[in-house]
Design a protein around this ligand. Sequence first.
Ligand code: SF4
Length: 70
Amino acid sequence: MEKTDRICRISIDSYACNGCESCVELLPEFFRISDASGKAETVNDTTPCSFALDQAVATCPVGCIDIKNA
Ligand code: SF4
């Protein structure tokens, strides 16, 4: 996976998340489904920014993944 020097902070609107697992299938190292809520959560809050992260944002059907520069 390509990486940049920028660090990104990932946040998920768990109210909007429908638990479809698209983000988990795309980037299981960054996203997982909470056993408690059935919604997506991040493995780490920050990570090197990458095109793959942008793809995860674009893939989410409800647009509930937000990525900002950390
Ligand atoms: Fe939730 Fe979006 Fe991930 Fe689907 S792709 S599990 S809606 S955060």
